[in-house]
Design a protein around this ligand. Structure first.
Ligand SMILES: NC(=O)c1ccc[n+]([C@@H]2O[C@H](COP(=O)([O-])OP(=O)(O)OC[C@H]3O[C@@H](n4cnc5c(N)ncnc54)[C@H](O)[C@@H]3O)[C@@H](O)[C@H]2O)c1
Length: 386
């Protein structure tokens, strides 16, 4: 039995969305104790948010800089062992870099940072300081996504030929940012969201999910980004064609990706379909406990979470028996669990490969993807190299 890991959090204060999910995920297996926080963009709200969560008075920090100094000033045994950063995108790089550079393990939400240069600097620091660094691309934490990955990697559907990945939301079909809605406000502001709107916010999940399951590497892409809502400053709809690098004999795989926040009625309609030379797989985030499997000249099969026929990864990342649904929180918790295992095992920058969670390299590829997509959409050339 290991001691609970002391966790600090940056962002996720009063009125925030994903910080609360991170806290639930960290608590689910009893592996972490929230010990410190700089939870909001103003000192007053940061402290009030920390008090509300029952943090010790001297660990309700006004800013993340104060948290870094305050934690470094404590004896090592009392310090936080990891920090979760759940701020809007513009407030990712500086705290992530500073905490990694000071030797803390970091769990950061996506998209990792704003620029390719920042991503490279962060990756270098993670390597040099040898810290555990996770990016919460949470969809890779679903057991049936892990099953799909294992089946594709084992060649069960043959060589991959085509991937269609889509993420349809409708919550930005109108100019929600004008109403003061906090999450819409920063996501549609290029200074805080980054160069991508919808493509950065949810297109980045599509890119990671397809890379995670198939292992394919994008060679070039042809993107068409649109802003449908008048006056909005970033894209709210993205359509892409993808060409992948050769991965075996035969023609290299091709892909289609679309992500949108103006699809009225769309909630979190993330789906991926992968077809190979001998079969295909279909997974849908809104029904995450099932994986549809097609095989050449055979009836379709439906794999369901929690059953004995599933592989090692899917089984290890399941908590409840089949038929009791698991979903978003548990998938997030699977990343937290893997990070805790890595920290207890004394892993460093190599932890993502060893413990199977998305790391700084995945985050950096995601940032490059957003930039290449924006570049491609602005270009008159048909294909933009990755
Ligand atoms: N993995 C996922 O499924 C998922 C889902 C939603 C959001 N996200 C990502 O999580 C991040 C946060 O998104 P959200 O929707 O929760 O945003 P939000 O606006 O709801 O919350 C952001 C929080 O960060 C705080 N904050 C801002 N600047 C800060 C600073 N300098 N120091 C400390 N706190 C600060 C805000 O006060 C707020 O409490 C984004 O990067 C987003 O892309 C990921």
């Amino acid at each position: 039995m290991h001691q609970q890991l002391k966790l600090g959090m940056i962002g996720g204060g009063q009125g925030a969305f994903i910080g609360g999910v991170h806290r639930m995920a960290a608590r689910l297996d009893g592996l972490y104790e929230l010990a410190a926080g700089a939870l909001s963009s103003t000192p007053e709200r940061s402290i009030a948010s920390g008090r509300e969560l029952g943090l010790a008075e001297d660990r309700c920090y006004p800013t993340w800089q104060a948290m870094l100094d305050g934690e470094l000033a404590r004896p090592e045994a009392e310090r936080i062992k990891a920090v979760s950063i759940v701020t809007p995108n513009h407030a990712h790089f500086e705290p992530a870099y500073a905490f990694a550079d000071a030797g803390f393990n970091v769990i950061l939400d996506k998209p990792m940072v704003h620029t390719v240069e920042q991503a490279e600097r962060l990756a270098k620091t993670v390597r040099e300081r040898n810290v555990v660094f996770a990016v919460t691309y949470n969809y890779s934490g679903y057991p049936l996504v892990q099953q799909a990955r294992d089946m594709v990697r084992a060649g069960e559907i043959g060589q991959v030929r085509k991937v269609v990945v889509e993420y349809n939301q409708g919550w930005l079909a109108e100019k929600l940012e004008e109403t003061g809605q906090k999450q819409a406000d920063w996501r549609t502001d290029p200074t805080r969201s980054g160069v991508g709107g919808c493509i950065g916010d949810i297109g980045s999940h599509c890119e990671q999910l397809l890379s995670y399951i198939t292992g394919l590497e994008i060679d070039s892409l042809c993107a068409d980004l649109t802003t449908f809502v008048p006056g909005r400053r970033l894209d709210d709809d993205a359509n892409l064609l993808l060409r992948f690098k050769p991965a075996g004999s035969g023609a290299p795989a091709r892909g289609v990706m679309f992500a949108s926040q103006i699809c009225v009625g769309g909630e979190n309609d993330l789906r991926i379909r992968v077809w190979g030379t001998r079969g295909g797989l279909v997974w849908h985030q809104e029904e995450p406990n099932r994986l549809l499997v097609h095989r050449l000249d055979q009836p379709d099969q439906v794999y369901r979470r929690g059953n004995g026929y599933l592989g090692e990864a899917a089984t290890a990342n399941t908590r409840l028996p089949a038929g009791h649904p698991e979903a978003f929180l548990e998938a997030f918790a699977n990343i937290y669990k893997a990070v805790a295992e890595a920290i207890h095992a004394g892993a460093g920058a190599d932890a993502p490969e060893r413990f199977g969670f998305p790391g700084v390299q995945d985050g950096a590829r995601g940032v490059r993807f957003i930039h290449r997509t924006v570049e491609s959409s602005r270009s008159t050339q048909k294909w933009t190299s990755f």
